[in-house]
Design a protein around this ligand. Structure first.
Ligand code: BDR
Ligand code: CA
Length: 320
């Protein structure tokens, strides 16, 4: 039986790659895409989600619209310099004729989780606002979800949107802190592993040559802009596989390894805003007054190592 997943997403070029991966994976059943502001505005991420499904010929998969801004903060405007003004690498596709469903992302998530108790894995690839809003509206879903596997955070490495914060977490630190504190099984695929991945320019050319499907053409066209940002900004020969790593984890978790840590997110404005802080230490350290913020928090499965060779092989086999 394929794993039932809901992808919460802000496409976004690497989100588009992750969606392509999911649609090409028989191990996964995509129940829906829920959209969120992030890389670009909610309006654009929703339009992109619809376009990707239309191009893929998967008009059976619903798209539900989520939050346009963080819980308590304004939306910072996104990162067009990473993903293009349209969020899809300046491919500027004509608008899809598909429409989002009437149900909001929050209500869709709650409805589906209750319909399939303990069967659904939630897969947030953007800021965690929709997850937090769903938990606030229906806290009981924490016990009904199979797992939550996110792309986001930085446990033992610097941030990418600031020296301290990873982009998805920094977009809504309050939501992230709430979601990491919920009592549901949770795995974090953050920069600790995604910045140890690399899809080289040569690999990307191979992916492009491997398939002439409409979806592959669109994703590969969008990827050119994203790769250019990565080679220039990150000084790597290709790009990091942030969001696709989460889908790879779902299909083959043995590619990754890590440890379990209670997590807090810095929500105070200042130098460390958006930093994910794992609790490190034994029970004695946990009893000290300064450790109070971590006490009683659930342990999150934090991935810290990845076998890049196996990861890239798997990702390339699903981008077609
Ligand atoms: C994350 O931020 C976004 O730009 C990407 O889509 C990814 O989800 C990487 O930090
Ligand atoms: Ca994303």
């Amino acid at each position: 039986m394929p794993q039932k997943i809901i992808i919460d997403t802000d496409p976004g070029v690497d989100d588009a790659m992750a969606i392509q991966f999911a649609l090409n994976s028989p191990e996964l059943e995509v129940l829906g895409l829920t959209t969120i502001y992030g890389n670009v505005s909610l309006e654009l991420t929703t339009a992109n989600a619809l376009t990707l499904l239309e191009v893929a010929g998967r008009t059976d998969i619903p798209v539900a619209i989520g939050a346009a801004k963080p819980l308590n903060r304004p939306f910072g405007g996104g990162v067009a310099f990473v993903h293009g003004d349209d969020g899809l690498g300046n491919t500027f596709r004509p608008k899809s004729s598909l429409k989002a469903i009437d149900l909001s992302a929050i209500d869709f998530i709650i409805e589906q989780v209750k319909k399939y108790p303990n069967e659904i894995t939630l897969v947030p690839l953007g800021p965690l606002t929709n997850m937090a809003l769903a938990l606030q509206k229906a806290p009981e879903i924490a016990e009904l979800v199979k797992e939550v596997v996110i792309m986001g955070g930085n446990a033992f490495v610097p941030g990418n949107a600031s020296p301290s914060g990873e982009a998805n977490i920094l977009n809504d630190p309050e939501a992230a802190d709430l979601v990491f504190g919920a009592n549901w099984p949770m795995t974090m695929i953050g920069l600790d592993v995604t910045e140890s991945t690399l899809l080289t320019s040569k690999d990307a050319k191979e992916v492009r040559a491997a398939s002439d499907s409409e979806l592959n053409k669109l994703v590969c066209d969008a990827y050119v802009f994203y790769e250019n940002f990565n080679t220039t900004n990150n000084k790597i020969d290709g790009s990091f596989l942030h969001d696709p790593s989460v889908l790879a984890y779902l299909v083959n978790p043995t590619i990754f390894s890590g440890g379990k840590y209670p997590l807090r997110v810095e929500t105070q404005d200042g130098l460390s805003l958006g930093k994910t802080w794992p609790f490190i230490g034994d029970d004695d350290v946990l009893t000290r007054p300064a450790s109070a913020p971590w006490r009683g928090r659930p342990a999150v499965n934090v991935m810290l190592e990845v076998d890049n060779e196996r990861l890239v092989k798997l990702v390339m086999s699903r981008l077609r």
